[in-house]
Unconditional design. Structure first.
Length: 291
């Protein structure tokens, strides 16, 4: 439905400066953090400690079948920070998820790399396959994740909810934090090859607010910039349904991007199988070079 309405993808990415990805195989429920075999007390405590820090937690598992089996020991953990020029991605192994409670999530959200694990220098692609949350994610995401994993190994993982199920299949690229919708094998392969900041079917960089995601992508498209670390977003203001977003380049250039909220022409379901409802979308309204 979102595709038939030509609903814009920009400005629909989850907002998070940092990401915590914890391996948790087996079945996932609609709220996968609590509806899985992850210990409920540990899950609740992690959620409480992460809240308000800028960190978003997702569960990941290897592509393929997901039997209800014993949990792996040790299990894989990835941590990433997404701010341009300060991105990092670390990978490590833990014996039990409760070990993550020793992390300083406020520091991680602010961009301080933890001691856990070691740096990873190649991109990570998470493909949402949480079918209990939205069946479209499983139907469309799993075949892509499975095929990619055959050639890219542990660079590809199935993931829990990334938001925007109506754009399934959806994916997150780390450490940049760029989110994508309506992905296919070609786009996913380009992301894994380190193709930089791809604007094709990009929903935005999770680092920024939703209007800022639209403004950053508008400038990136206008100047043909593919370096993910070239652009940063500064001050933004709101005037009714219109936002102004200041975008800066590392070479000193600055732009003012205008972003407006628009009513979609038709009602659409927020996710697969849901009832249609009125909806709005963010769209670029112009880009102006400053000084």
């Amino acid at each position: 439905m979102a595709e038939s309405l030509s609903e814009p993808l920009a400005g629909t990415a989850a907002v998070a400066t940092s990401w915590l990805c914890l391996e948790q195989p087996g079945p996932w429920g609609a709220d996968a953090i609590t509806h899985s075999h992850l210990d409920h007390d540990v899950a609740a405590e992690l959620a409480a400690r992460i809240k308000g820090t800028g960190v978003r937690m997702v569960l990941i598992r290897r592509p393929g079948s997901h039997p209800d089996r014993h949990q792996p020991v040790p299990r894989r953990v990835y941590l990433a920070h997404t701010r341009p020029g300060r991105t990092w991605l670390r990978q490590g192994l833990i014996g039990e998820p409760k070990e993550l409670l020793d992390l300083d999530f406020a520091a991680i959200g602010a961009g301080e790399a933890p001691v856990l694990g070691e740096p990873r220098t190649t991109p990570l692609l998470l493909v949402c396959t949480n079918g209990k949350r939205d069946v479209c994610c499983a139907l469309r995401g799993r075949p892509i994740a499975t095929t990619l994993a055959e050639s890219h190994g542990d660079a590809v993982w199935e993931s829990t909810h990334l938001g925007g199920h109506r754009f399934a299949p959806t994916a997150l690229c780390l450490p940049s934090g760029y989110c994508f919708g309506r992905i296919d094998l070609d786009l996913a392969s380009r992301l894994l090859a380190g193709a930089g900041a791809v604007t094709d079917r990009c929903r935005g960089r999770s680092t920024w607010s939703k209007p800022a995601q639209v403004g950053e992508l508008a400038v990136r498209s206008a100047i043909g910039e593919h370096d993910p670390d070239a652009l940063t977003v500064g001050e933004s203001g709101e005037d009714g349904p219109l936002w102004t977003v200041e975008v800066s380049h590392v070479d000193g250039r600055r732009w003012l991007a205008s972003v407006r909220q628009e009513d979609l022409p038709m009602r659409r379901p927020p996710s697969c199988g849901a009832a249609p409802e009125p909806a709005t979308a963010l769209a670029p309204a112009g880009v102006r070079l400053l000084g």
